[in-house]
Design a protein. Structure first.
Length: 182
């Protein structure tokens, strides 16, 4: 697992020793950032279910202004902190919140330009989480939610609040790009 582009290109990232973290593969990251192109430049980003921080660190490497990492697992937070220290990311470029994703989606926080969500494959409340995220306007106008989820755990392709504008199957994952409806 590594950072694939930007100022930290090639830096290796650690995963969990017990395989409790399923990091986004390089192939998935390459696909996501090929769709986003230069979007992370100066963006405020959420990395929800951040695990080892691979997606958020990739965004920082590509020019994101700041990343808010969210994960409820203490062990994931420890791996994330280790990766942030190893890569030597300045502290003003990130914030870590140890919180359940659904509680975060329902909380009062800033809104982001870009959000990554990479929940566990068997996450039972996926649609509820997405609905809460859009209902609480967690994205700025023009913002994008990038979701990696299991093929057998689909989401609504359209709702009163968002549109699915791109989706691709990679192995057993679906990479879905959602944006607010205008």
């Amino acid at each position: 697992m590594r950072i694939i582009s930007g100022i930290y290109k090639g830096r290796r990232l650690k995963g969990s020793k017990d395989n409790s973290i399923r990091p986004a593969t390089d192939r998935v990251k390459e696909y996501i950032f090929s769709i986003l192109q230069d979007f992370p430049q100066e963006a405020f980003v959420f990395d929800i279910f951040s695990g080892s921080g691979g997606l958020g660190l990739e965004a920082i490497s590509r020019g994101a202004q700041k990343v808010l990492f969210v994960d409820k697992a203490y062990s994931s937070i420890q791996v994330l902190k280790e990766n942030l220290n190893t890569v030597k990311v300045p502290q003003d470029k990130y914030q870590i919140v140890q919180k359940d994703a659904l509680a975060f989606a329902r909380s009062e926080t800033e809104n982001a330009d870009l959000c990554f969500m990479d929940p566990p494959y068997k996450y039972p409340a996926l649609q509820e989480l997405i609905d809460a995220f859009f209902a609480n306007q967690k994205l700025k106008k023009g913002g994008i939610l990038v979701l990696e989820h299991e093929v057998i755990n689909p989401i609504l392709e359209e709702s009163e609040r968002y549109n699915l504008f791109s989706q691709k199957k990679i192995s057993r994952s679906l990479i879905s790009f959602l944006e607010y409806k205008d």
